[in-house]
Structures are given as C-alpha cells and as structure tokens.
Design a protein around this ligand. Structure first.
Ligand code: SDX
Length: 392
C-alpha cells in the first residue's frame, strides 16, 4: 500500500491546502504525480496518460486510455466563430495576451460546462480545455505570422497535431519528425503540474469563488506569464542571446551575484527546490537528443547554457544559495531548436500546465472548499478622523 508522508508541525501551519495530486521534496529534488516519479512519467508515459493520472489519481487502463484519447480528439476543434476573435488583436500582440483573452472567452461559447457543481460539467470542461489549448495556441502563433489557421487532424496524436497546426501550411504538408513530437510530448509532461505554484494557486483561489473553469484557467494563464514564473523560459533565451558569447559569461555571473544589480540568472533558483529540479535533468537529456537529431549540438546558445550550468554547480555563491537550473533552463533551448519563437515559450508552458490547473481546480471543488480568503498583518495607520480639504 502507499505510505503516507509526514510533516513537522511548523510546516503544517504554513500549508495553504491539502492535495493528493503532486508531491515535491525540494531538498531531495523529488517530484511525484500520484506517487509516480516525474522521470519515469517523462520517459515511459505520454502526456494524455499523465493528464488522466492527474485527474483520476491512477494511470489509465488500456481501455480507459483509448476512450480518453478518443474523447480529447473529438474536442480539438474550437467554435469557428473564435477565429474572428483573433482578428481583433494587433498582429504583434504577444501570444500570451491572446491566450488570456481567448481562453476566458471560451466561457461565452460552452454553456453546457459552466455548472461547477455538476461533475459532468466539470469533466467536459476539463476535456475541452486539454483538447482545445493546442488549437488556440497554434492559432495565436499563425495569427502572429500572418499564416492561415490550420485545423486539428484526428489521425495525429496530441503532440504531432500541435506541431502540425503550428508549422503546416496549405502550400505543403509539414513533415512531422517523431523525435520532435516525442520531445514536445515530454515537454508537456514535464510542465504538467507542480503542486501549489503561483499560477495553480491563482486557479484555486479564482475557482474557489465559484467562477467557471475557463475564467479560472485564464487567471492562471495571467499569473504564469510573469518572468519569475512561466515567463522564465522566454527570459532564459533573452538572457543567453544578451550574453551572446562564452567570453561574456563571467560578466553576467558577476551581475547575478551583485545584490545591487537586479539582474538574476534566468532559469536558476526555485521557491521550493534547493536541489536539482528533477525536470531540468530530463529536459537536459531531451535537449541533447533534439539538438543531436537536428545537428545543432554545437549551437552557441547551448554551449553558453552548459557553461552557465557548470558555474552554477561549482561557484560558491550559487552552491551556498542552492541555485540549481530549473525546469525553464533547458526548455527554451529545445523549443528554439524546434523552430518555436520565444514569444510562444510561455504558451507552451501553459499547454503543459493545463491538466495540473484543472486537476487542482476539480480537487478543490470536489472537496467543497470554502472561498479562499488569505489573511494579512495590517501595518497601516491606526483609526483617525477625516481632515477637511481646507485643513490639509
Ligand atoms: C517556475 O513554484 C513553482 O513550482 C514554479 C515552477 C512550476 O513548475 O510552476 O517550478 C516554474 O516558475 C520555475 C522558476 C522560474 N523562474 C526563474 O528561473 C527566474 C529566475 N529565478 C528567480 O527569479 C528566483 O530564483 C525565483 C523567483 C525562482 C525564486 O525566488 P526566491 O525564492 O526569492 O529566490 P530563492 O529563495 O531561490 O533565492 C535565494 C537567494 C536570494 O538571495 P538572498 O536574498 O537570500 O541574498 O538567491 C538569490 C536571491 O536573491 N537568487 C538568485 C537567483 N534566484 C535567487 N540570484 C541570482 N540568480 C537567480 N536566478
């Protein structure tokens, strides 16, 4: 049977909630979903199996998996009227700005999945979100490059479908590389959930008011966008490009150590992990595989990244502060090698995190959690009388 984790009383008092979905041991660099280590899920499972695990707490049987994949496939198209929504944005709109808008707007299209007290509604809204996020994300990309939207295809698996919607054009079929599709699937798995991170806590707090799932997920997307959170993968590439050459690494490492300099090494450090982020290890292997397959192992940015990682693991400042590479450090390098623009990196993170967001949202609703209401320590002035304008 499954053992139970025990916590010291001090920690229990700081916990925001109870959850069965994901366990993290930041000191040991352990990440479990339903008890399964992330390394095993990334290397032996696939993204839709992991979605099922996060929602149900168990890996699916073959029959359950087949039915689930079929259901997701049947919901990958979005209402065609959504296309005109996209056309309201400027062409240079950040894809995350578009995603915030269109995901929230799903609540205006799917009235039969808004009653959160109805388990059937909760299930269909989860299916719709997992199925439609890749379609909406690819539409945001196609809109930004002025190419026509590509419809999902039922003969492709989840990650192949996303790559096809991203890169296929009416002029020629996109040749899907099984290695890239597998790498994309692994990246989705590695981002699938991470217990009470900022965006998941946002979804839980928004959802605790009884708002519909699409609005709650749109709130999570907004929180994820920040460079300290999901926006870090885009910030890593910007940082590597700014460093530009291995000869400038020491200059930036010195900036990162300088308390008066706001510069931080993007892709390093974590609120919880004070050891190697287990996801970063798998991401690093995937980066080597993908760049090897694409003949990019001498990519200058990858060489700068590997040198930075080596410094972070050896330099006393980073060792003492336990600043290890996190999930965002290598993901951007893989995505760039796959031809995905940096503006889409956080969108990819949002696609991967969608099943985690909705699993936590569903767990909170099913537990009949009360509305979230964080308390505060008030540090403002004590009560005083109003001062009329002519006395100020
Ligand atoms: C994600 O919560 C999650 O689970 C998030 C996530 C998920 O899956 O949802 O894992 C995804 O968001 C990963 C993190 C991505 N963000 C980045 O890579 C941005 C760069 N990292 C930093 O902004 C920072 O490390 C944070 C925001 C991630 C964590 O912030 P903390 O908790 O304030 O930093 P820390 O406790 O790790 O820092 C300890 C010390 C501090 O110095 P002191 O104030 O103690 O003197 O290390 C310093 C920090 O100033 N520090 C860094 C640094 N990160 C922290 N110094 C240089 N470079 C860095 N990257």
């Amino acid at each position: 049977g499954q053992g139970m984790f025990t916590y010291d009383p001090g920690f229990v008092s700081t916990a925001a909630c109870e959850s069965k979905i994901t366990y993290i041991d930041g000191g040991k660099g352990v990440l479990l979903h339903g008890g399964y280590p992330i390394e095993q899920l990334a290397n032996e499972s696939d993204f839709l199996e992991t979605c099922w695990l996060l929602w149900n707490g168990e890996l699916p049987t073959a029959a359950e998996k087949e039915a689930f994949v079929e259901k997701i496939t049947m919901h990958t198209m979005v209402h065609d009227q959504m296309a005109s929504f996209f056309k309201g944005f400027r062409r240079d709109a950040h894809p995350m700005a578009i995603l915030c808008g269109v995901v929230g707007a799903l609540s205006a299209f799917y009235h039969d999945s808004l009653d959160i007290t109805n388990e059937k509604h909760r299930n269909i809204s989860a299916i719709r979100l997992i199925a439609k996020m890749p379609t909406l994300a690819a539409m945001a990309y196609k809109f930004s490059v002025g190419q026509p939207f590509v419809y999902p295809r039922n003969d492709l698996n989840y990650s192949e479908n996303f790559l096809n919607m991203m890169f296929s054009t009416p002029c020629e079929d996109y040749q899907i590389s099984p290695t890239l599709a597998k790498a994309m699937d692994k990246i989705f798995i590695l981002h699938a959930d991470h217990e009470q991170n900022a965006s998941t806590s946002t979804v839980r707090l928004a959802g605790s008011t009884g708002t519909n799932p699409f609005a709650a997920i749109a709130a999570g997307i907004s929180a994820l966008w920040g460079p300290s959170h999901g926006g870090a993968n885009e910030a890593v590439l910007d940082m590597l490009n700014e460093i530009g050459d291995e000869s400038r690494i020491d200059e930036f490492v010195a900036k990162a150590k300088d308390k008066n300099d706001p510069f931080r090494l993007m892709g390093f450090g974590h609120r919880v992990y004070k050891n190697f982020d287990p996801r970063a290890k798998v991401m690093k292997q995937t980066a080597d595989e993908v760049l090897g397959e694409l003949g990019l192992d001498n990519d200058p940015l990858l060489k700068i990244a590997k040198r930075l990682e080596q410094i972070a693991l050896e330099d006393e400042y980073f060792v003492e502060k336990k600043l290890y590479p996190n999930v965002d450090f290598y993901s951007g390098i893989i995505l760039k090698a796959m031809g995905i623009p940096t503006s889409m990196f956080t969108v990819i993170f949002a696609l991967g995190r969608t099943p985690g967001w909705i699993a936590h949202w569903n767990e909170m609703i099913a537990d009949n959690s009360r509305i979230g209401r964080p308390r505060q320590l008030y540090t403002g002035p004590t009560q005083r009388d109003f001062t009329p304008l002519d006395k100020r």
